[in-house]
Ligand binder design. Structure first.
Ligand SMILES: [Zn+2]
Length: 141
C-alpha cells in the first residue's frame, strides 16, 4: 500500500470532529486529475465502473466494489483501510468516519457517469459494520 493510513487517520480524526465536510472535499479534490474522462474510454457504464473499482482500489483506500442498481450506485469498501486504521488507533466509534473515501468515490463516479453525485456512508467498519457501504441516490442510468 502506498498510503500510510495511520499518519493520515490521526489528522483526519481532528477534521472529522471539527468539520467532516472538509474531509469529503479533500478526497473529492485529491483525485480530480486522474478521474477525468473515464466514460470516453469505455463503451458501457458497467465497464467504466469496473475500471473505477480498480483505480480507486489502487489509490489505497481499500478494495472497492461498485454496483449500479436502478437509479442508485452502491459502493462497498472491504477491507476499508482508513476505518481499520481508525479502530486500531482510537477504537470503534458510533458514526461513519470515511468522509475522505466518500469524497474520492463521489469524484470518480461523478466523472465517469457525467453527473454530479454524492455518496453518503451508511455502514462503516469503524462503527462495527462488516464493510463500509456508501449510497448515491438519484442517478440517471
Ligand atoms: Zn467507513
Amino acid at each position: 500500500m502506498l498510503l500510510n493510513a495511520n499518519v493520515l487517520i490521526s489528522a483526519f480524526k481532528e477534521i472529522i470532529e471539527k468539520d467532516p465536510t472538509k474531509l469529503f472535499e479533500l478526497g473529492y479534490k485529491a483525485f480530480g486529475v486522474i478521474s477525468e474522462d473515464y466514460s470516453a474510454r469505455f463503451s458501457t457504464l458497467d465497464k467504466t465502473l469496473n475500471f473505477i473499482e480498480k483505480v480507486a482500489t489502487a489509490a489505497g483506500i481499500g478494495r472497492i466494489k461498485l454496483t449500479l442498481e436502478s437509479n442508485r450506485v452502491i459502493a462497498d469498501i472491504n477491507p476499508s483501510v482508513f476505518a481499520e486504521a481508525y479502530i486500531n488507533l482510537f477504537n470503534t466509534t458510533d458514526k461513519p468516519i470515511c468522509y475522505f473515501s466518500s469524497g474520492v468515490l463521489s469524484r470518480m463516479v461523478s466523472s465517469a457517469i457525467k453527473e454530479e453525485i454524492k455518496f453518503t456512508e451508511v455502514n462503516c467498519v469503524a462503527k462495527g459494520d462488516q464493510s463500509c457501504k456508501f449510497l448515491a441516490e438519484g442517478v440517471n442510468s
